[in-house]
Design a protein around this ligand. Structure first.
Ligand code: FES
Ligand SMILES: [Fe+2]
Length: 376
C-alpha cells in the first residue's frame, strides 16, 4: 500500500452530521463536517487515552469531540478544548494533537490525501459526467477480500473479459485487437481499442449498425487508483456510450473498497436501470471471485515470477507506476508494520504537518520502504 496518494474515502451523501470512521491503508480515520459543512479528516485515535474519535460528536465550533472525556479537535488536528480543565482556547498541551489530512470534496466524492507531501502528488480530477443531464448515473460500492492491486489488474486485462465474463467456446475472440500504452506518466496512462462488435441480437438490432467496431478508451489514473473507461457501445461515431470510473481504496493489505460510478448516455429513464444493475453486478461478482481466490494475495509478492505475455502490457504499466511510488519511498513496509503492530502502539499515516514538525507526536508513523534509487 502507498502513502502520498489521493484516495476516495467516502461518498459525500454518506457523511452527514455525525462523525464517520473510515479504514484506509490499515489505519482508522474519522471524517466529519465542520461548522461550514466542509469535510475534514483526522486520524481516529485520541491521543489522551486512545478512544475512537468517530464515536464522538461534531460540535458547533467545527470540532469533533472525543466520546470519552470530550476533548475537542479542530479540522487541523489541534486540541482546542479540554472541557474538564481549560477555558476555550487555553489548551496547554502541545502534544494533544492528531494527524490531519487534506480533503477535497467534489462530484459527490470525498477525496483524502494520505501522506505528508501533498505538493508531490497528482491531484484529484474532475468527473464531468456527474450532474450532466446527458447521462444517467448509477453507483456501486463493494468491499472485496483481496489486495487492492488485484482489483485493479483485472480491469486492465482485456483477455479476462472473454473467459471470466464471456463464452469460452469462441476462444479466437479472446485475442485483443492491437492496442498500446499511450501517454504514460508516473500518475497514469491511456489506451484505446477497437473491438469487433458482437453479432446484433435483440434490441441491439435497432441500436447498432452491424459490422462496425466498438471503440473503447481506458485510462488508469493514480489519484483514487481509478480505471476510467468509455465504450461507444453503438459503434464508431455513435452517440450511445457508457462511461465508468472505478475507484479502489485499500482498506488494508487484504481488503479493498471499490466505488464505481457508472454513466450511460442512452436509455436514460430510471426504468432501464434494472438491466444495467443486473449486468454490472454479475460482472463484479465474476471478477470478485477471481480476485479473491488468487494466490498470493498481494501482487507485489508475485511480481518476480508471474509469466507475462504481450497482452499483459497494461498490467505491466500499472506495476511500473507502483515501482515509481516505491522508488520515491512512499510504499508502506508491510512486514515492519506487522512487527510493530505486535507492540500494540497505534501507527499513523504521516500527515503534512509532520514534515514541518517532526517531533511532539504521540504516535509513530507507519514504516515505509526506503527509496531504492539514489536521488538524482
Ligand atoms: S480518550 Fe479522548 S478525551 Fe480522553
Ligand atoms: Fe471484469
Amino acid at each position: 500500500m502507498f502513502t502520498n496518494v489521493w484516495y476516495v474515502a467516502e461518498r459525500s451523501a454518506n457523511l452527514r452530521t455525525e462523525p464517520l470512521k473510515v479504514r484506509m491503508l490499515g489505519c482508522d480515520f474519522v471524517l466529519f463536517r465542520d461548522q461550514q459543512g466542509k469535510a475534514a479528516c483526522l486520524s481516529n485515535v485520541c491521543p489522551h487515552r486512545g478512544a475512537n474519535l468517530a464515536g464522538g460528536k461534531c460540535r458547533d465550533d467545527g470540532t469533533v469531540a472525543c466520546p470519552y472525556h470530550g476533548w475537542r479537535f479542530d479540522r487541523s488536528g489541534n486540541c482546542v478544548r479540554i472541557p474538564a480543565q481549560s477555558e476555550p482556547g487555553h489548551v496547554e498541551l502541545p502534544q494533544a494533537k492528531v494527524d490531519s489530512y487534506p480533503v477535497l470534496e467534489q462530484n459527490g466524492l470525498i477525496w483524502v490525501f494520505l501522506g505528508d507531501d501533498v505538493d508531490a502528488a497528482a491531484p484529484p480530477f474532475n468527473i464531468p459526467e456527474v450532474g450532466d443531464h446527458n447521462y444517467r448515473q448509477i453507483d456501486f460500492d463493494e468491499i472485496w477480500n483481496c489486495n487492492f492491486e488485484r482489483a485493479i489488474e483485472i480491469d486492465l486485462d482485456y483477455v479476462h473479459s472473454h473467459f471470466v465474463h464471456g463464452a469460452w467456446g469462441e476462444e479466437h475472440r479472446a485475442r485483443p485487437p492491437d492496442h498500446v500504452v499511450e501517454d504514460y506518466t508516473d500518475s497514469g496512462f491511456n489506451t484505446h481499442i477497437i473491438a469487433k462488435s458482437q453479432p446484433n441480437r435483440g434490441l441491439w438490432r435497432f441500436l447498432r449498425k452491424e459490422g462496425k467496431g466498438v471503440p473503447s478508451y481506458l485510462s488508469f489514473k493514480l489519484p483514487g487508483f481509478c480505471r476510467n473507461v468509455k465504450v461507444f457501445i453503438g459503434g464508431v461515431g455513435s452517440k450511445m456510450h457508457f462511461v465508468f470510473y472505478n475507484f479502489s481504496t485499500p482498506i488494508d493489505d487484504h481488503h479493498v473498497q471499490g466505488r464505481l460510478l457508472f454513466f450511460r448516455s442512452f436509455m436514460k429513464p430510471s426504468f432501464f436501470d434494472k438491466t444495467n444493475i443486473k449486468r454490472n453486478e454479475r460482472a463484479m461478482r465474476e471478477d470478485r471471485k477471481i480476485c479473491e481466490e488468487i494466490y498470493p494475495k498481494s501482487s507485489a509478492a508475485a511480481r518476480d515470477w508471474e509469466v507475462q505475455t504481450e497482452h499483459d502490457h497494461l498490467v505491466g504499466a500499472f506495476h511500473r507506476i507502483l515501482r515509481s511510488l516505491r522508488d520515491k519511498g512512499w510504499q508502506i513496509d508491510a512486514k515492519a508494520t506487522q512487527d510493530l503492530a505486535r507492540d500494540n502502539k497505534p501507527l499513523m499515516i504521516p500527515s503534512p504537518a509532520r514534515r514541518k514538525t517532526a517531533s511532539g507526536w504521540v504516535f509513530p508513523e507507519v514504516p515505509r520502504i526506503a527509496p531504492q534509487k539514489a536521488a538524482t
